[in-house]
Design a protein around this ligand. Sequence first.
Ligand code: HEC
Length: 504
Amino acid sequence: MRLNPKHLASLALCLFSQPLAGTEGKEPPTFSEHIAPIIYENCTTCHRPGQIGPFALTDYQSVKRRARLIAEVTGDRIMPPWHADPCDVEYSNDRSLSPAQISLIADWVAAGSPEGDPARTPALPVFHEGWQMGKPDQIATMAEPFTVPAEGPDIYRMFVIPLNRDQDTWVKGVEFRPGDPKVVHHILYFLDTTGKAREYDARDPGPGFRDKSSGGFRYMGGWDIGTQPGELPYGLRWFIPKGADLVVQVHYHPSGKKTTDQSSVGFHFSDQPTSRPWSIIPVPPHFGILQGIDIAAGEKERIERASFVIPEDCEAFSVNAHAHYLGKRMEMTATFKDGTTRRLLRTTRWNFKWQEDYSFKEPVKLPAGTRLDVLMSYDNSESNPNNPTRPPRRVRWGPATTDEMGSITLAVMFDTKERKEATHEALRVFLAHQLIDRLLEGKEGAFGLSGQIGNAKSLEEARRPLLALDLNQDSLLSPDERIPAVQYILQSDFIRRLGAIGFD
Ligand code: HEC
């Protein structure tokens, strides 16, 4: 056996815990009384036949067989998957085990994983195999099955499903049902009212089309392995405009066996419109397209920061981070006008495979003037085990999973539609400032700006009006000089062409 640090850790755990368990003279924990309740409650949702977990954890034998590994992955907080560190907020969907549960598992393994009295083992929870939220009002299923090979890299595929709604519709809940849960890793929903998704689909052979990232479609949310479907909180509703197509981006992870997938989305409609206007505040917007992300080959820690001052009172109810394989640290902190701070999300173990919506237990009030500070770090070195490119190469912003992105998104509700619209406008101004920065730097490579700003044919031409505003010619724009600069950018087509930032 090769000894790797993981094995050493579990060896140390055994050597260290065994005498302790004995010397305290306590009865060691048993499977039936102590361990089964933890496993059945926290692991078996995914670790049972037909689900995403690579093996079942459904009885004493199956748990005992992997007891050492279970102590290791729970001790290292690798399982259950949950990547947010404790923060200044509590999350209602927190999957992590308590320190007491973790040490109970360690003690049990150290004591030789005894079963105890089988009669005391609790029954497995009842898992609903069908729709968890009951029968949906409309089921949208992929038109054809998609073949997922046994091996090879992960696949991102977009599927367009016409909803054929002949009227505007309010939706209170969405439930995703993977066709083959062994290979469907996560999905994102979008709505398309432009017909573009159908065009892409028609042009691409085979079911669906190759990932175009968001392709300018309207983001609606997502689903992850282990997501518990439920209604939107606080009486909030999604809006599906009449005639919109559903576009589903599916991330497939080959399972070692060739298979096909034909997933479905179930919609639960509502007679009632949304209780309050709500939307998202992504910092930076559009997954950081104008952030200037440019990471040198081998760079160990590239830090990106972005700050946004919320212009209107709102209440946040969940947070979500997005980066690709090089992402490491993702943090969002709110700083209130009195200088106090509240950290809303922090992960030092960003994992592309587990994209989560972290739902706040209580809504977080964010008065106008609160500043959101985002920090994202990337590791483009060879020592990053998730780095998809070996040897590492320069990585810039882009839609492919081997490119990078970065953004942390708050879901927020407002008292009035005006406040929501003013917030969207402030996000557009934020983008305009980012675009001005990039133009002044003369960096267009990452996002190809030429010809997209007004009638400018080149980057030089697009920059000229900005440089003309720079009266002291220091290639920076003062806050005063920025006012007409922002106007110039907002009047150009570029920001509008990026698509809507939040929800209708
Ligand atoms: C939300 C779904 C989910 C839950 C909940 C979950 N697992 Fe897993 N588990 C997985 C998946 C998927 C994998 C495969 C590795 C991966 O994709 O990260 C895995 C892998 C594992 C492995 C193998 C790790 C390795 O390094 O080979 C162990 C052991 C494990 N899980 C134990 C547990 C235990 C114990 C619990 C509960 C305390 C648990 N899991 C809860 C989904 C889950």
